[in-house]
Design a protein around this ligand. Sequence first.
Ligand code: SF4
Length: 427
Amino acid sequence: MFKKNDDMQKRTYCPLAWTHSFINQDGSYQVCCSSEEFDNFIRNNQNEKMYIQEGHTSSDVMNSNFMKELRLKMLNGQWPSLCERCRLTEELGGTSRRQVEIRSFENQNQNFIESTAPDGHIKTPVTSLDYRLGNLCNLQCRMCNPRSTKLWIKEWNQLKPKDEQFSSETMDSYNKYDWINSPKLIEDFKQKAKNLTHIHFAGGEPLLAPQMSAILETCIASKNAANITITYNTNLTILPQKILNLWKHFKGVKILASIDAIGELNNYIRHFSQWDKIDQNLKFIEKNHQKYKIEECMLSVTVQALNVLRLNEIYEYLEQFNFLVPVPNLINLHVPQYYQTKILPPKVKFLASQRLKNIKERYENKIPSYYKYLTDNISHIIEFMNSENHFQKDLFYQFLKFQTQFDHKKKITLSDAYPEFKMFLEK
Ligand code: SF4
């Protein structure tokens, strides 16, 4: 049994290692989505990756040697290597996911720690889930990949540079994320539903996946739905009535709508999007949120070379709403590198920085203090963009080349959606 040790707890403890289950697009159990860029696969005692389709119980996964060792490391004040993103964020003075989760499990942290056996074994039930239901999606966003949308599978190797291409075996595996049709998924939910307080769905596009509705129905049948908050990352191009009706049974629904620009530019970045439909769905949520238990709807914007000059339009668009979160959540894009804001020419970066500073000044005192972190975050966006001093010409031209090739296939042009790039394309 572990004793209270505030110092250690503050340093490296993370409640997700006690109570959270994350299933990625291929059905593999992983530690959490914030550790995805590292080796975060949960392995059995033979060191093999564990998959939901193999029918493991929660205890098989959470008490594998891998998870026991992970927890012991955390309780002994060491950072597991897969938690590098949280470690770095904290070192740079930012707020890590770990710190956010500690706050949300405030009343249970001590109990989690003290009920841990000396070898790391736990009896704590899984209360929080994050399930990526395969790669079925109706969009082909420029910065996305075949792991997250099937619509990239056919064209990826034709359009991407050699070092980003996938072997035919890997590509085949992206075509076979059929674990979501396995009865094991529903059985898994039947085991877990009674203890759950939170489920997060992302994709693919979760509102498209029939399995998502089946999961919600299983939770309703467990009679625990009223204690569960559901959260989504969705492109909000669809909002099926069947799903809205299921939401009424739950404690609440929070929507993070992945939208990167307003109007045609959003359609350009998030290929196959129809802005009119998204606009209509946002207005529907504004009007009907109480009826369908929607507690929050926030725009989540992936900040990249293609939208950083036009973020002001998103803030201005949001001014018409009362229920929607008044400012978006901005997230820096890191991969692919040639989409990062860092690669832009100095003059463009200067202009974008000025515009972002104006946004911060204009909105930071207009929003409730609870959302202040969203405008504080604008400084990090500016810092990240300017963290590379010299112009990375090669990456910028790689960026332009990719847009031109993609546009050629789709019969559209960058300069129509983004006239600011016209002079560079002409050059
Ligand atoms: S510390 Fe960060 S990366 Fe590690 S499990 Fe917690 S949230 Fe995930």
